[in-house]
Design a protein around this ligand. Structure first.
Ligand code: ZN
Length: 223
């Protein structure tokens, strides 16, 4: 059993599809979970479907959505790092790591969940994951938490092998859907396509939502 789990991603909703079920399982088991979110996703392309956000209102809307997702996932500790969306790759990695390190020192997690740098597709994801790893590596090895990473680039299995952890979250399937739904401005479009498929028990979609995969961080991987 974990003592405290820290999930940390650059954008609100990064947790929704691949981590939310695992988080719900932890919080239901009484494990405290802290979510440190890098940005408010203020440069997101989606403005709702149909539109209900503008570039000006999007950050506040996404913050509220994130708070609602946290409520659904049972997360009581949400930290906002205040970085700028779409520019994390240009930030000084040490400075981003400083912000994350302060949270690690504060909550002393036994497990950190983030993106695997180099295998997370979006430049913000890769840069953010690299800063999280850098922050965790500042701790002496015997005090370092385990790090589970999300990877989903097309080549990820060629370099990392199969996921180390395949977590069945079918027991919290509906709650996970609620967490995804909470990020309404970003997910309403997908959900509209999913509902009929889920009603018909589409096996691929049920499997994709019902299983969450992680790689244990083992060090930098040359690509
Ligand atoms: Zn993202």
């Amino acid at each position: 059993m974990e003592r405290h789990v820290l999930i940390t991603f650059p954008h609100p909703d990064d947790e929704a599809f691949g981590v939310a079920g695992t988080v719900i399982q932890y919080t239901r088991a009484g494990v405290p979970v802290t979510y440190a979110c890098g940005t408010l996703g203020e440069m997101g392309r989606n403005m709702g479907n149909p539109f209900f956000a503008t570039r000006e209102t999007l950050p506040e809307i996404r913050k509220k959505e994130l708070q609602e997702a946290c409520r659904v996932m049972g997360i009581k500790d949400l930290r906002l790092l205040g970085l700028h969306d779409k520019t994390i790759e240009f930030e000084d990695e040490d400075e981003v790591a400083d912000k994350i390190y302060r949270i690690i020192e504060d909550v002393r997690p036994s497990l950190i969940i983030t993106f695997y740098p180099g295998f997370a597709v979006h430049p913000d994801h890769d840069a953010y994951g690299a800063a999280v790893i850098r922050a965790a590596m500042r701790l002496p090895e015997d005090q370092r938490p385990k790090i589970y990473c999300k990877a989903f680039s097309q080549n990820c299995e060629a370099y990392l092998g199969s996921p180390d952890i395949v977590n069945d979250v079918s027991d919290v399937f509906d709650q996970k859907l609620e967490a995804i739904k909470a990020h309404r401005s970003q997910t309403e479009g997908s959900l509209k396509e999913w509902i009929p498929k889920l009603t018909n028990n589409d096996p691929d979609l049920v499997e994709w939502i019902g299983k969450e995969t992680f790689w244990i961080y083992k060090g930098p991987v040359a690509v």
